[in-house]
Every structure is written in C-alpha cells, then in structure tokens.
Ligand binder design. Structure first.
Ligand SMILES: *[C@@H]1O[C@H](CO)[C@@H](O)[C@H](O)[C@H]1NC(C)=O
Ligand SMILES: *[C@@H]1O[C@H](CO)[C@@H](O)[C@H](O)[C@H]1NC(C)=O
Ligand SMILES: *[C@@H]1O[C@H](CO)[C@@H](O)[C@H](O)[C@H]1NC(C)=O
Ligand SMILES: *[C@@H]1O[C@H](CO)[C@@H](O)[C@H](O)[C@H]1NC(C)=O
Length: 246
C-alpha cells in the first residue's frame, strides 16, 4: 500500500494544479481607503484646496500588480471622470490621470479577478459607489467631528464610525516627532466580496509590511501608521492660502 502514496500524492498535486489554478489566491476583502487632503499634503508638500475626505483607493486584501498587460485607459471611464476628479483627485497633480493609473495597475487589476469588478469601468464605478454610500465626510460632520484647532480623543473619532457603520474601521495618523498629538490622516472601511460592510483588521503596520504590501511601506515611509489610542487627535482644517493665523 505504502508504494502507492507517492503516486496518489502526484495525482492529487496534478489535479489541484489543474483545477485550482484559475483563482489560487482570490481576495476575500476590499479596503476602501479615504485620506484627508490637508494631512496628505502636509507630508507630500502639496497645496490642498479640498476640505473633505477623498478616495485613496479600493484595495483587495490579496495581490499587488496582478496584470501588467492590462493598461489603464481613461476613455473607458469617460463618464466617471467628473466624479473621479471630485471624489478621487490626484492631490499632487490635479489635472493628471496618473494616480488612477497607478491604483488600477497596483490594486484594480487584482480586484478584477472577481467577475463583479472585471473591467476598469466596473472597478472605478464600484469604488465611487462605495465611497458615496459610505459618505464618511458627512457622517463625521453629522456627529460633530469636524476639522478643528482643538483636539479630539481617538475614541471620539473611532466611536462615531463604529457606532454608525457597526464595523471597525482602520484609522491611521501621522505622528510628528516630539509632538503631544497625532494628526488624523487616513480612514479605511472594509467590505466583503459581496460589498457588505466588514470589520477591518487593526493590525500593526509592521505586520502589513511583512506581508509585502508596498503601499503600506510607502505610507510608513511618508509617516502614516495606526493611530495611538491615548494620544490626542488633531484633525487639521484647511489652511487659508494667503493668511497665516499663527
Ligand atoms: C483645487 O485646485 C485644482 C487645481 O488648481 C482645481 O482643478 C480644483 O477644481 C480645485 N478644487 C476645489 C475643490 O476647489
Ligand atoms: C490581463 O489583461 C489582459 C488585457 O485585458 C487580458 O487579455 C488577459 O486575459 C489578462 N490576464 C489575466 C491572467 O487575467
Ligand atoms: C481605450 O478605450 C476606448 C474606449 O473603450 C477604445 O476605443 C480605445 O481603443 C482604447 N485605447 C487603447 C489604447 O486601448
Ligand atoms: C517593494 O518595493 C521595493 C523597492 O521599491 C521593491 O524592491 C520590491 O520588489 C517591492 N515589493 C513588492 C512586493 O512589490
């Protein structure tokens, strides 16, 4: 009997590679990432003129750069462009489509492994649809979390989101050196593959980096990491361009 094991093993391996190969590492979760333009621009040295949460991306939990031959073509999302420019602006270069191209190659081509997102149009329109459905900016305002020179506690910010959506977000901050506050920067809301809300993992940035996601490595390099629970949270208002109120 023993002799047959290697054969069975080979057969099983052949069968599994024949039948499982179509979706070996399918994603199971989508992360809708919002960023706060003033915080982003304070790190990237841009000049924000937007005072609402904008889209950073819609990221599947597995895969990076899944199909390099699937080129971004902005004509495919022509009808979405006005909303894209408002809701998903390239803060570094407002007239460019470079940010969308980058997000498509890095995350969209992986999201596209699911039939529900298997075209550029499906991917970007779903991201916009989820962004508007979540309507994070209005919800924060509605529950009195507004940009302010006074600080919030982390629980106030997280509490509003958890109570309203009924799921755990992942909230990231910038931690300036030697400061007694942290700056609110990025909020992630997570979804199942059927687009229903789901808890995000509040994993540390280290764990994310070790999984090889370069977006998080980049975020870490530019200063975003999970907010501390006990440090006051600064939610920076849009600075007036011509006056310095300090
Ligand atoms: C911000 O500035 C850019 C480029 O100057 C402009 O295209 C865009 O409409 C402005 N956005 C808002 C909300 O004023
Ligand atoms: C990659 O994208 C190209 C262009 O859309 C498509 O023809 C090809 O089937 C895709 N490859 C995979 C593995 O999905
Ligand atoms: C881009 O998309 C448009 C509209 O679908 C199509 O007509 C055009 O051929 C595409 N361009 C390229 C370079 O694939
Ligand atoms: C991440 O970026 C580094 C440096 O740019 C690169 O060498 C590495 O291959 C990238 N890793 C992944 C998983 O994309």
């Amino acid at each position: 009997m023993r002799l047959y094991y290697p054969l069975l093993f080979c057969l099983a391996a052949a069968l599994s590679s024949a039948f499982v190969v179509s979706s070996p590492h399918m994603w199971t979760k989508l992360i809708l990432t919002h960023h706060w333009p003033s915080t982003f621009c304070s790190m990237e040295h841009c000049h924000p003129n937007i005072s609402y949460w904008t889209l950073h991306g819609l990221w599947p939990d597995k895969g990076i750069d899944c199909n390099s031959s699937w080129h971004f073509n902005s004509s495919e999302i022509e009808d979405l462009l006005p909303d894209m420019m408002k809701s998903w602006p390239d803060l570094l270069n407002p007239s460019s489509t470079g940010f969308w191209k980058y997000e498509w190659h890095k995350h969209g081509t992986c999201a596209a492994k699911a039939a529900s997102l298997n075209s550029e149009h499906k991917y970007f329109s779903k991201a916009l649809e989820l962004y508007h459905k979540v309507d994070l900016d209005s919800i924060l305002k509605k529950f009195d979390i507004t940009p302010s020179e006074k600080y919030y506690t982390f629980s106030q910010v997280e509490g509003v989101i958890e109570n309203f959506y009924g799921v755990t977000p992942k909230i990231q901050c910038v931690h300036p050196k030697n400061a007694e506050f942290q700056i609110l920067g990025q909020i992630e809301i997570c979804f199942n593959s059927d687009f229903t809300l789901l808890d995000c993992e509040r994993h540390s940035t280290m764990e994310t980096i070790s999984k090889g996601d370069n977006s998080t490595a980049v975020n870490k390099a530019s200063g975003f990491s999970v907010c501390d629970h006990d440090t006051p949270v600064y939610y920076p208002p849009l600075k007036k361009t011509h006056t310095n109120t300090n």
